[in-house]
Design a protein around this ligand. Sequence first.
Ligand code: C5P
Length: 239
Amino acid sequence: MEKGALLYEGKAKRVYATNDEQIVWIEYKDSATAFNGEKKAEISGKGRLNNEITSIIFEKLKEKGIESHFIKRLSETEQLVKKVTIIPLETVVRNTAAGSFSARLGIEEGKPLRKPIVEFYYKDDALGDPLITDDHIEELQLASEAEREEIKEKALQVNAVLTELFAELGIRLIDFKLEFGKDASGNIVLADEVSPDTCRLWDAKTNAKLDKDVFRRDLGSLTEVYEIILTKLGGGQHV
Ligand code: C5P
């Protein structure tokens, strides 16, 4: 497989073409951003950690029958994935109140929710990724009703698998964000990444934060806590 031209550069990754039209080459960057890009830093090792953590998680999901765009990890910071057109929806699943949910609704961080809650945000940096309703999704033609329901169902399946996986490692999966894309045949495929950048992960005993909130809230070393997650997932030994 050959790495081709740069197709797209986002806040955390670069996407390159390959000699296969159906496959793209992803490079994880060391950049950390928060609050819609207002807070920024370069953190050496972050790209390597998220590349490996995401690779392990996508493999674990596949073992449980949940397909994603992931094909294989190529190097410390690179992976091959199926080319998809990203649907401009950020799908958030919450098990415990935290972050914007707590702020918006005045619910104390750490309060377990009665059942997992799925929310959709419109992926649009200029608008600050607003929370949107089913009717907004229809009005903006971001997804059909059937596609929206499929995304919701897949997100809840991912939640069930990852909640159990992390619980076995002594970690609480508080909430996370997923992105989905459409492949060449129009199938909806789980895409982007699943890492401590996109999940809230709390130590089950101490409730210590082991995710990007460490960076957002200046709580300590991001790479130290990401390294804990990687090690618990069984990665990291070979690097
Ligand atoms: O900020 P908020 O509480 O809405 O975030 C919910 C979850 O979605 C968190 O795990 C956060 O890391 C993730 N998220 C993300 N990318 C965004 C917004 C939120 O990965 N643009």
